[in-house]
Design a protein around this ligand. Sequence first.
Ligand SMILES: [Zn+2]
Length: 105
Amino acid sequence: MPRGRNAGNKGQGSKWITKVRRRRIYARDGHRCVYCGELAEKLTLDHVIPRCKGGSNVTENLVTACDKCNRERGDTSVTEFLSARPEMAFLVLHAMTSPLPEVKP
Ligand SMILES: [Zn+2]
């Protein structure tokens, strides 16, 4: 693997996931935040199980979240976060268990 060009990009940057995979996850979730159902302008990927708690970057652990919900959730467990909005739990589950659609490169 060539190093150098992206060497300055560390931590939570956008390099941990490819653009296409990110877009496929957004497409899978209908470009809506799974926590509030908003068609958010600024979408983020949220780890259902936070990385600090052993969650990985597998597709099943990643859901689309708006910037607001992502911040609001922080490191709260998804169970705790969803207990305040139980009607959204099915969306999160649906997102986690659906296959990724193909997107145009
Ligand atoms: Zn949201």
